[in-house]
Write a protein that binds this ligand. Structure first.
Ligand SMILES: Nc1ncnc2c1ncn2[C@@H]1O[C@H](COP(=O)(O)OP(=O)(O)OP(=O)(O)O)[C@@H](O)[C@H]1O
Ligand SMILES: [Mg+2]
Length: 344
């Protein structure tokens, strides 16, 4: 009785704390927050610590554009927390934004974490959630949440493979009976693609471009396959020789060339996980295919390349950005499922 009352009076939350984006789902409300994982901090003029200036999209617009005294930082790098204090400040901001303060009971929180998280990081995530007002914290591995969000029956004795191409990492996991049977995680995702584009433009044109520009190029004309229709785009940066702003025209073939290495690493990681998969589950995957989630999976023709290289059916999830948070949200609504898939 008390438990069900607590459920009505509190806004239980599910949070996907990603390298690129943080999403929050509130029970009975749905998705309440979806913002870039970026924080702008200003150092105190008297040199006494720092204060948070902006969080989310507002802070993302400041990336690479800050004067001295202000830092726009992405506290989560390569899928792991690189800056604990800033991460905590960000988490608190998003939770406060999502959580209706007038509610009487403190919320229960499900937080999605990378499968390779260390116990120190687990404790840090748990503690920041508690200090931000959680009454109970459940950690769920991202691939598990993604699989639930993509509508797979994770509790069945059947093998399902999920590939999550995020900003910081690509996680590949085979799930059966509410557990991860085999998995691999590489520090290669959307960010590495952006870096590869920066390097390529620098080498080929002697022009330095920023991270935001590189991401824009990737999303607009980037492709995993050399066979698609050619697209072109103007890229603006700074000429490294003359030192002045310069515009170059780039083609999708060039950007494909720039992306060969990160794409190769992603395909390789899927291969390696398939090799480690027990035969009965491998047989299930042949029938059921691989489900692709994560923003990076939107790269043009990534599904085509994976299909060619593995010979398996590839399914893109309907909304790759929200699969993880909605999966965690489903677990929040189903305590039995939550107990099965979460861990200490
Ligand atoms: N249309 C697109 N084509 C290619 N990449 C894209 C596209 N749209 C978004 N991305 C990339 O998707 C990445 C963000 O994906 P997502 O939000 O799933 O990451 P995340 O969950 O924050 O990261 P992680 O799971 O690694 O912690 C970014 O690198 C972004 O540039
Ligand atoms: Mg993610």
């Amino acid at each position: 009785m008390f438990k069900s009352l607590a459920g009505i009076l509190s806004n239980d939350l599910a949070i996907d704390l990603g390298t690129a984006n943080t999403l929050v789902y509130a029970r009975n409300k749905g998705l309440v927050c979806s913002e870039p994982s970026v924080v702008a901090v200003a150092s105190d003029s008297r040199g006494r610590g720092e204060r948070v200036l902006a969080v989310g999209s507002e802070a993302k617009a400041m990336l690479g554009r800050t004067p001295s005294g202000i830092r726009a930082v992405r506290p989560i790098k390569d899928g792991v927390i690189a800056d604990f204090e800033v991460t905590e400040a960000m988490l608190r901001y998003f939770i406060q934004k999502a959580h209706n303060r007038s509610k009487l009971v403190r919320p229960r929180m499900v937080i999605c974490v990378p499968p390779e998280i260390t116990s120190v990081e687990k404790r840090a995530v748990r503690e920041s959630a508690l200090s931000a007002g959680a009454r109970e914290v459940f950690l769920v591995e991202e691939p598990m949440a993604a699989a639930i969000g993509a509508g797979l029956d994770v509790t069945a004795p059947t093998g399902n493979m999920v590939v999550d191409v995020g900003g910081g990492t690509t996680d590949v996991a085979v799930i059966s009976l509410s557990g991860i049977v085999t998995s691999s995680s590489i520090r290669c995702g959307g960010d590495k693609m952006d870096e590869a584009i920066i390097q390529y433009v620098r080498r080929k044109y002697n022009v330095l471009i920023g991270e935001r520009t590189a991401e824009d190029v990737k999303i607009t004309i980037g492709t995993a396959s050399p066979h698609g229709k050619t697209q072109t785009m103007e890229i603006k940066g700074r000429d490294l020789v003359a030192g002045i702003p310069k515009t170059v025209m780039a083609t999708s073939e060039e950007i494909h060339e720039a992306l060969v290495e990160p794409i190769g690493a992603i395909v390789e990681s899927v291969h390696m996980t398939l090799e480690k998969t027990p035969p009965e589950l491998a047989a299930d995957i042949v029938d059921r295919g691989i489900v692709l989630v994560g923003g990076g999976s939107l790269l043009r023709d990534l599904d085509v390349v994976l299909r060619d290289r593995t010979g398996l059916p590839i399914m893109r999830s309907d909304d790759p950005f929200t699969a993880v948070v909605y999966g965690a949200g489903k677990a929040l609504d189903d305590l039995e499922l939550l107990r099965e898939v979460s861990f200490e």
